[in-house]
Ligand binder design. Structure first.
Ligand SMILES: [Zn+2]
Length: 376
């Protein structure tokens, strides 16, 4: 998934299996149409070999609750999105309303699937704030009811729930379209409608990460109201919704303008100064978060990544005022990657692809004992 394919010798090396075992397993995966192989010249000595890629015939579904909408998408393991439907959803969506919209969208999606004779092998649903032991403060829903509802509505399709920022991390980590700037452990910070991060441990799978709700760190007592009910949260100052008010563009319009929206705006000096101030506040909160969990690298994705480098220095200035020992490039690497604004549910789709691959292409709901007996 990360490299878009691999040659047999490198698969053998990475899995520590013999090339004969790799051949046998690939033959099985090919028989089930889970992988495809094309003859291609390897970029090293040893002549032509087969490049193994994930099959493009596997249909998966990604569903995202983000950007004030509920998005449904069907695509394949390469991340291509072949079907999308997006319905408006209030940021304060309650569970009854969620279920109503969901049922409606599943109906339309089923029509599309049936028309093409496709079978969805894996689905993923990402929700902001999901996964906290004490419940979700953003969407305080009954999780047992949600699980039952999804099982009933999706009629047998295996579905995995995840937090929005983990889906974003999966998108950047496993899509081979974005060049990821760091390779070691780091904090991946996403600044979208919410502001959240995940601590990426390179040796751990993406579903082992837990979300880092930096957006609800209060940085201004009695400050701007936040959707969580508190005042003065980082999110109230730095989220896409907060900055859409400053630049005078509705957040729905920001979404339709896509990744380069800031460049397309002619911002006057006072707007520029306000955005810099918001970046400074983001840096201030980030420094506080890093005091609690020290890391030497941070990757920022979201609207700040679209700001000129000169303006992004405000983040470092904020960090300098809160991070223990101050900010210095030699101790903290700060990098930026282009966000995927308005591309929902692409992140959930990548997460679904990841879940499918991680399960070895087996039906995630299959009883592992039965699977073992079959192998025996
Ligand atoms: Zn808040």
């Amino acid at each position: 998934m990360r490299s878009g394919g691999a040659f047999r010798p490198s698969i053998a090396r990475e899995t520590k299996l013999t090339e004969a075992s790799v051949s046998r397993i690939l033959a099985e995966l090919r028989a089930e149409n889970l992988v495809q192989e094309t003859r291609q010249q390897a970029p090293y000595s040893g002549g032509p070999t087969a490049r193994v890629t994930l099959s493009k015939d596997i249909a998966i579904a990604g569903i995202e609750l983000s950007n004030s909408r509920l998005s449904f998408g069907i695509g394949d393991l390469s991340g291509a999105l072949n079907y999308v439907e997006r319905l408006p959803a209030s940021p304060h969506l309650d569970q009854d309303e969620f279920e109503r919209i969901f049922v409606e969208s599943v109906g339309t999606m089923r029509g599309w699937i049936d028309h093409r004779g496709a079978t969805i092998r894996q689905a993923a649903l990402s929700i902001p704030g999901y996964g906290r032991a004490a419940g979700n403060p953003i969407y305080p829903w009954d999780m047992d009811r949600l699980q039952t509802f999804l099982a009933d509505t999706l009629g047998g399709i295996s579905v995995t729930l995840t937090n929005s920022v983990i889906a974003q991390a999966a998108f950047h980590r496993y899509s081979n379209t974005t060049k990821y700037p760091v390779s070691g452990d780091h904090l991946f910070l996403f600044v979208g409608h919410g502001v959240a991060g995940v601590i990426v441990d390179e040796s751990a799978p993406v579903d082992a990460f837990s979300a880092f709700e930096i957006g609800h760190m209060v940085i201004e007592r009695n400050g701007l109201p936040c959707r969580c009910g508190h005042k003065g949260c980082i999110e109230a100052y730095t989220s896409l919704r907060a900055i859409s008010k400053i630049i005078g563009v509705a957040d729905s319009a920001v979404l339709s303008r896509g990744d380069s929206f800031i460049e397309t705006l002619a911002l006057d000096q006072s707007v520029h100064d306000t955005l810099r101030e918001r970046l400074f506040m983001l840096g201030l909160g980030l420094g506080n978060a890093l005091n609690l969990h020290p890391l030497s690298s941070v990757v920022v994705s979201g609207w700040p990544s679209l700001m000129p480098a000169e303006d992004r220095k405000a983040i470092a200035e904020g960090l300098n005022e809160s991070l223990l020992g101050g900010f210095h490039e030699s101790r903290l690497a700060l990098s930026f990657i282009a966000p995927s604004i308005g591309n929902d549910p692409r992140a959930a789709l990548y997460y679904a692809a990841y879940c499918f691959v991680r399960s070895g292409g087996l039906d995630a709901k299959a009883d592992p004992r039965t699977a073992l007996e079959e192998i025996a």
